[in-house]
Design a protein around this ligand. Structure first.
Ligand code: MN
Ligand code: MN
Length: 458
């Protein structure tokens, strides 16, 4: 009955670790035990067997103005797989006035048949029109159980009134609102002042969007969500100031979830001082912060105040795209690659340095995002009935992260030269081996769209 057994490994879930074999049948976990009979056997001796990792925030094949991110759905999902991620969530990427349903179809046309891992889509809510609201209910039923809302960026930014209407509608449709929180007016004012003083280099980017710009918007959106009794998920939380505001909302009894990203745990405002124009590689929003935030974020992950680590993967070539902002930092395309390096970085610095237990590591990189985004228990755990998405992880393999040995389609790695202890050895997607010894051996098109359940926030 069983097609394949992953044997001799230590199975690690968010609940615990045990020495047990995993029996797979028709792409799902069919048994956990010993002495399982099967034709195909995969040896995990000396390795951890983790549930496939879930990246809840990526941008593949995204067009901004006239430029396109380096990774399309194919290259980006291959890179994700090599880094141990078997499910990712991208966005519909529509703007104000666009037909949301048309964009859902457009993103499916781009992704279906072109993805190497499973994927889902967050809806983008860029206006509160009758059409958008009508689509929201229907799309929720169809498995699109979360939506991105923005407080900044031309074309997607919402006024507070629209936030209230959309948060209330999302609550009724049981769609989880995920918000990019930065005060747009403050950014415009600070950017204008810096540029008028001739401060145009990449190192001024963080001064145009300091921590309170993020914290103010997070606080405001949390208050608005409280007014209409909607749950909330804060995207890419970077700093102590924002954490304080969401603690306050939780203190008022609100359901507020939040993610951070590896860039905010491993990189800092000091990276903007790199020689020449190199700081542009680190221009992303919200910006990198003072190093003092690293400990704050690690502690918040350990204590469950932050429920997920996602990447916000958004790769722009340094040589040809970042240079659009050579004359002014506000023209530098925002974003950096990270889809492939998230899990190894978090394992190395989290588990390896004793900042997170194995369970906490699995929680924030897989189980937490799976629950929050309605993928659990199909994704995010190793249990009978779950998809057999498994990462056989060699804790002793050492890899030096470098643009030269990664699969992300972009001309730099923000962590160039960083040496990690522990790396994915074999990755299975629904029972099929898609990565072997660090190389993609699967088939593009093997990934499937996942219709999601309602978020655990409801
Ligand atoms: Mn964002
Ligand atoms: Mn993003």
């Amino acid at each position: 009955m069983i097609d394949c057994v992953v044997e001799n490994g230590t199975v690690v879930t968010a609940e615990g670790s045990r020495q047990v074999d995993v029996g797979i049948q028709s792409g799902r976990v069919a048994a956990l035990g010993h002495g399982l009979e099967a034709g195909r056997r995969v040896d995990a001796q000396g390795c951890f067997v983790f549930p496939g990792f879930v990246d809840g925030h990526v941008h593949l094949q995204m067009k901004v103005g006239q430029i396109m991110t380096g990774d399309d759905f194919e290259s980006g999902t291959i890179a994700a797989a090599c880094g141990g991620t078997t499910t990712l969530i991208d966005f519909t990427e529509n703007c104000r006035g666009d037909d949301l349903a048309e964009w859902v179809e457009k993103r499916h046309t781009q992704a279906d048949g072109h993805v190497a891992v499973d994927y889902a889509l967050h809806l983008t809510l860029a206006d509160a029109s009758v059409g958008t609201l009508r689509n929201l209910y229907r799309l929720s039923e169809a498995g699109y159980r979360s939506a991105k809302l923005y407080t900044t960026y031309d074309g997607v930014r919402l006024a507070d009134r629209e936030f209230l209407e959309l948060l209330a509608a999302a609550r009724d449709a049981r769609v989880l609102p995920m918000v990019h929180t930065e005060n747009d007016h403050a950014i415009a004012y600070l950017t204008g002042r810096l540029l008028s003083e001739g401060k145009t280099a990449p190192k001024y980017h963080p001064l145009s969007r300091p921590p309170l710009v993020e914290a103010e918007a997070a606080n405001r959106v949390a208050v608005l969500a409280g007014l209409v009794n909607a749950p909330l998920y804060i995207a890419h939380l970077t700093c102590a100031e924002t954490l304080e505001r969401i603690r306050a909302a939780r203190g008022r009894g609100q359901g507020v979830y939040a993610e951070t990203c590896p860039q905010y745990l491993f990189l800092s405002v000091d990276d903007y001082d790199r020689p020449g124009f190199e700081g542009a590689k680190y221009v992303l929003s919200p910006p990198l912060r003072d190093k003092s935030n690293w400990q704050v974020l690690w502690t918040a992950l350990k204590e469950g105040e932050l429920q997920a680590v996602s990447t916000d993967h958004c790769p722009w070539d340094y040589a040809t795209q970042k240079t659009l902002g050579m004359q002014a930092f506000d023209k530098i395309p925002n974003g950096a690659p990270g889809i492939e390096t998230r899990v190894p970085l978090l394992f190395h610095e989290g588990v390896g340095k004793g900042r997170l237990s194995l369970q906490q590591f699995v929680e924030v990189c897989s189980t937490g995002p799976a629950r929050i985004f309605g993928l659990y228990p199909r994704k995010g755990t190793i249990a009978v009935g779950s998809d057999a998405d498994l990462v056989i992880y060699d804790p002793n393999r050492e890899v030096t992260l470098s643009q030269a040995n990664l699969h992300q389609r972009v001309d730099y790695c923000p962590y160039e030269g960083y040496r990690v202890h522990g790396y994915p050895q074999t990755v299975l997607l629904r029972g099929q081996v898609i990565v072997e010894n660090g190389q993609f051996v699967g088939k593009v098109g093997q990934g499937e769209f996942v219709r999601r359940q309602v978020s655990c926030a409801y």
